[in-house]
Design a protein around this ligand. Structure first.
Ligand code: SAM
Length: 438
């Protein structure tokens, strides 16, 4: 396929997503199934264009004066991918699979349209209007910068599995992907994001991956797990284990010592956790499946050194990877997540022993899910005190966390940590350490 056909396909997929409001991955998959002539390079280019549109939907619409799938895809091709307008004109004229010829208005907007200076911050920073006041609270006058960074493409980060390999060894095998060491994580490797229609490197077909030498995991997620492990501990519960991303990172950080109980209230979320554990060489993980009418963690009550709460959240820190989720997120979903977070935190309390800790993590940048959730928890749970997440960051990375990543709660000692694409070049993460003092 040529560029024209790919842009037409992106318009079709964007129209499908707009009509059906289904996840973009499903729409892309269906498009692939019904257009078997498209090769993997075509599918990848079409996916890249669709995702780039969704990342920058509000600002591209402001440039074009229209938010139609066609206007957005054309704008992304020209403004984000650097295609020039006259070459699109020529391309569209000669390719029967290309979209209809450009109109005069489109040519003008594509060549010289801009986001109006008086456009609201949510348009400039490409985030949903209903979250404007939340994100203002989080970032103040840096909100557009943070929004723009959350609308960029994400690099691919790998966590070297120190149970089986070493960073230099893994790095040496990934030369061809321009892999470099991560800035903060001592076990992180970064494969820089590709531009335009290029295909990102596929690491999961790599032999080193199959041998368990590394996992794909954002650097922010690696740091959150390493920070959780800083206090050590023999009895650990990963209370929201999901598919085990943090569980495996903890297992390696603890050097396969102690015992990690991985639990999730939804057993379907475990996914392929057993295969991943097997591949990783971890021997200190036990899965605890939820059972109806049975407290499967009851025997661990009051015994844990660490309860990791990788809380269910809006995922607003991962919008670079899931830009359609940014626009599908609704206020009702945030309310549900807030209640779930409070419930998981309260459940964690009974599991921690005095002198132990809860580490609360979200991959969100919204203060409701982060500082406000911790503030409310500490107010209703006097047996806990806020720990020093910034000091833990230093212990893990050997570097001070950038000033703006360190959050304080009014009138309390300790610190919480906020990672963002703009500040740390990672996904958006929040980490609070809650020490049980009584
Ligand atoms: C952010 S995800 C976990 C991701 C996982 N830790 C990882 O690193 O791959 C949050 C998980 O919390 C689970 N969850 C939600 N409410 C819960 C509850 N009350 N108790 C335990 N798990 C819960 C969800 O099923 C979901 O799998």
């Amino acid at each position: 396929m040529r560029d024209g056909g790919r842009i037409a396909a992106a318009i079709e997929v964007l129209g499908d997503v707009e009509r059906t409001r289904r996840p973009v991955q499903d729409a892309l998959k269906d498009w692939g199934l019904t257009h078997r002539f498209a090769g993997s390079k075509d599918r990848s280019a079409i996916g890249n264009l669709v995702f780039d549109v969704l990342r920058r939907k509000a600002s591209l619409a402001a440039i074009m004066g229209s938010d139609s799938p066609r206007a957005l895809a054309l704008a992304a091709a020209v403004r984000l991918w650097g295609r020039n307008v006259s070459s699109l004109d020529a391309l569209f004229a000669e390719d029967k699979f290309a979209p209809a010829s450009l109109t005069d208005d489109e040519r003008v907007a594509l060549s010289s349209g801009t986001v109006p200076a008086d456009a609201p911050d949510w348009t400039k920073g490409d985030y949903p209007e209903w979250l404007a006041s939340s994100l203002d609270r989080a970032f103040g006058d840096r909100v557009v910068e943070e929004g723009e960074a959350l609308a960029g493409r994400a690099d691919v980060d790998l966590r070297v599995n120190t149970l089986k390999s070493e960073r230099e060894q893994v790095l040496a095998g990934l030369d061809h992907l321009k892999a470099v060491t991560c800035r903060w994580s001592p076990v992180g490797i970064r494969i820089p994001a590709v531009d335009g229609d290029l295909r990102p490197g596929h690491v999961s077909s790599d032999l080193a991956y199959k041998k368990g030498w590394f996992e794909v995991q954002d650097e922010g997620s690696q740091l959150a797990a390493l920070i959780a492990a800083t206090g050590g501990g023999r009895q650990v519960i990963d209370l929201c284990a999901g598919a085990g991303g943090k569980t495996l990172a903890l297992s390696a950080a603890l050097g396969n010592h102690g015992q990690i109980y991985a639990y999730d209230s939804d057993k379907r979320r475990f996914g392929d956790i057993l295969d991943r554990i097997d591949r990783s060489g971890s021997r200190n993980i036990q899965i605890r499946e939820p059972r109806r009418d049975q407290d499967v963690l009851g025997d661990l009550a009051g015994k844990s050194d660490l309860v990791l709460v990788d809380a269910p959240c809006t995922g607003s820190g991962t919008w670079r990877r899931r830009p359609d989720a940014k626009w599908r997120l609704a206020p009702g979903a945030l309310d549900i997540r807030l209640k779930e977070q409070a419930a998981v935190l309260d459940n964690a309390v009974r599991l921690v022993k005095t002198g132990g800790r809860i580490v609360y993590i979200t991959c969100s940048v919204l203060p409701e899910e982060n500082e406000a959730q911790i503030s409310a928890f500490l107010s209703r749970t006097p047996a806990f005190a806020l720990g020093d997440a910034a000091a833990a960051f230093r212990a893990v990375t050997g570097q001070d966390a950038p000033e703006l990543t360190r959050l304080r709660l009014d009138g309390r000692d300790g610190s919480m940590l906020r990672l963002t694409p703009a500040l740390t070049g990672t996904d958006g993460f929040f980490v609070a350490i809650l020490n049980r003092t009584a």
